[in-house]
Design a protein around this ligand. Structure first.
Ligand SMILES: Nc1nc2c(ncn2[C@@H]2O[C@H](COP(=O)(O)OP(=O)(O)OP(=O)(O)O)[C@@H](O)[C@H]2O)c(=O)[nH]1
Length: 595
């Protein structure tokens, strides 16, 4: 049977998951009973946030108008800029992509970025113009943008509504006509690409693979190319959508392998699986390794939970190759972990999973980028935690990471966006008109777009702007460490590195926000911001304590206990700093909006 392996790529919200669902329905891969809101979004969190995180492969059958039957492997990819690494992994397993564009929005930042990722991987692109049921849908406009901005021919484009199902079948015919079948030699040595992996407590690591050449079946001894480690294959199979066992996997096929692999580090994403007896001489060209770029400290609110947190982090990292962690100690917060993420959304998701799936109460410190410090003695080091910055007299200079930022925005909002970018120390490199849409190209410190930048961008453009970025080199900046003192004690976990010109306004903002969110105590608590030894801003948490049991008029002891328990619950995300109870929000005061 002929095979087509493809992925769907799109800007966030252009309808990728909805379209994938429709395709599943058309190919009857899922019974209505099995159908959930968004079939392919497997994690609970994904459904809640309406975004796709993990790439999920699916095996579908389609009988074409010609009467011939085809096997399709559909690999879903995430849409958010934080998860670009997952996209590039998934694309390596395909020959082609459906590039979905919302007919009412046109081409946006991730449309372009994902399209280039596909083109750079040598994939064929089939444009799909979606949401044609919307009154403001502009199909010719969207096609023109695709041709103009990305340079792909629009004549094969299929216009559909994933919502109503209109014309979706034409996509399936388009896939057969325009996306190439996989090539591969069943008799060649085994060469299998690992494009994802997950950990299962019964089976060990389940590697998601695309077979390039050769075949793999139960009992084969496989070798992981980069480490040379060998394992005996336990089972192979595909996703339909539940993992289903099959006899073997051959060239062009997408499926999974289990081989009693206990450590996910043994099956790194992008690595090649080959046969131990008859190995290939060269691996499949590798993926870009996922690099955490944003770091934040995670501490248990109850210090007794430290071992539980370590265990949870270990488990999570089994399923998330892009996430890193190492032990860290804070004077203020005790024992915790410095965790690395791909971006703020990724950090949010990891934290939410730790709390939900593992029942942990956590305090997260403000996310920060990695700075490079050159000491006066000429040595250089990378600083993941602002608290680790050397004394000012030992610092020759501090360098910060820059990114190339592209913002796409309708003409009328260009002024607003340029104002924001200037405020964030951005330097304009170019401005390109694509019809009524303008692309602003900037170079900007990564740290400046970390906090509330995306929200501000959206609110300044009524939601119309979109953005993407890629890392540039480190550049010297006039940076200083801003210390925060609570009750006259410096709190290491609250320190941030900021640009000198912004230190005063940021210090003011942080102390005000903290004074607002820290509950009143028995005594007045001063909150101060300082640079070096110099106090630059101050606010006070006034004294007072609400006695929640006062209104219980003695008597009813259960009611009293309930109230106390409720109060205790409310405190779960609090941390005792000396004599002061500080809630999670205070640790993220630096993130609070500019307004
Ligand atoms: N009117 C209309 N709405 C659609 C259509 N397709 C998708 N939508 C809606 O657009 C929104 C986004 O759709 P999703 O399928 O979740 O988008 P996505 O691209 O998968 O988003 P991510 O998973 O976050 O990347 C949802 O509210 C859908 O109901 C369509 O053809 N017509």
């Amino acid at each position: 049977m002929e095979i087509r392996n493809f992925s769907i790529i799109a800007h966030v919200d252009h309808g990728k998951s909805t379209l994938a669902d429709r395709i599943l329905e058309l190919t009857q891969a899922v019974s209505e009973r099995q159908r959930r809101d968004q079939m392919l979004d497997t994690l609970e969190l994904e459904r809640e946030r309406g975004i796709t995180i993990k790439a999920t492969p699916m095996r579908l059958f389609y009988t074409a108008k010609s009467g011939q039957r085809y096997l399709f492997n559909l690999i879903d990819t995430p849409g958010h800029v934080d998860f670009n690494y997952e996209v590039s992994r998934a694309l390596r397993a395909c020959e082609g992509v459906l590039l979905v564009v919302d007919a009412s929005q046109g081409v946006e930042a991730q449309t372009i970025q994902n399209a280039y990722l596909a083109i750079d991987n040598g994939l064929e692109v089939l444009p799909v113009i979606n949401k044609i049921d919307l009154p403001n849908a502009d199909v010719p406009g969207a096609i023109a943008e695709l041709e103009e901005v990305i340079g792909i021919p629009g004549d094969t484009a299929v216009a559909v509504s994933a919502k109503t199902g209109e014309n979706v079948e034409a996509i399936l015919e388009g896939i057969i006509a325009h996306l190439p079948p996989p090539k591969g030699d069943p008799d060649a040595p085994l060469s299998c690409l690992i494009f994802d992996a997950m950990f299962d407590s019964y089976q060990g690591v389940i590697s998601f693979v695309r077979v390039m050449d050769g075949t793999v079946k139960k009992g084969d001894v496989i070798r992981i190319f980069s480490t040379g480690k060998t394992f005996e294959v336990d089972k192979v199979g595909y996703f339909s959508p539940a993992p289903t066992v099959s006899d073997q996997l051959g060239p062009g096929e997408v499926g999974w392998i289990t081989a009693a692999i206990k450590d996910i580090a043994d099956t790194q994403i992008g690595d090649t699986i080959t046969s131990d007896k008859n190995p290939v001489s060269a691996p499949i060209p590798g993926f870009k390794p996922a690099q955490p770029v944003v770091f934040s400290g995670l501490y248990p609110t109850d210090s007794e939970d430290y071992p539980k947190l370590r265990e949870a982090l270990e488990k999570l990292s089994l399923n998330d190759a892009a996430f890193s962690f190492e032990p860290e100690t804070s004077e203020a917060l005790g024992f915790g972990f410095r965790c690395g993420f791909l971006g703020l959304l990724h950090a949010d998701i990891v934290q939410a999973r730790l709390e939900r799936e593992f029942g942990l109460g956590l305090i997260a410190t403000a996310p920060a980028v990695i700075y490079e410090v050159e000491r006066t003695d000429g040595s250089r080091e990378h600083i993941q935690n602002p608290a680790d910055l050397p004394e000012p007299d030992k610092i020759a200079r501090i360098l910060e990471p820059f990114v190339r930022l592209n913002v796409y925005v309708p003409e009328e909002y260009v002024g607003n966006v340029m104002g924001l970018l200037q405020e964030r120390r951005g330097e304009m490199k170019n401005m390109v008109y694509h019809g009524r849409r303008v692309e602003l190209r900037y170079e900007i410190p990564f740290g400046e777009i970390l906090y509330d930048f995306h929200d501000r961008l959206k609110s300044l453009t009524r939601g119309y702007a979109s953005m993407d970025y890629e890392p540039l080199e480190y550049r010297e900046g006039k940076l200083v460490k801003l210390d925060i003192l609570v009750n006259d004690e410096k709190v290491d976990a609250l320190a941030v590195i900021v640009h000198r010109d912004k230190a005063y306004s940021l210090g003011r903002k942080i102390v005000d926000k903290m004074a607002e969110v820290i509950p009143r105590q028995m005594f007045a608590v001063p909150i101060q911001a300082a640079i070096g030894g110099k106090i630059i801003a101050r606010a006070t948490v006034r004294a007072f304590r609400k006695d929640v049991t006062a209104k219980c008029y003695g008597g009813d002891i259960t009611r009293k206990r309930k109230l106390l328990e409720k109060q205790k619950k409310g405190k779960e995300r609090m941390k005792q700093l000396g004599t002061v109870e500080v809630p999670q929000e205070a640790f993220l005061a630096v993130l609070s909006g500019d307004e």
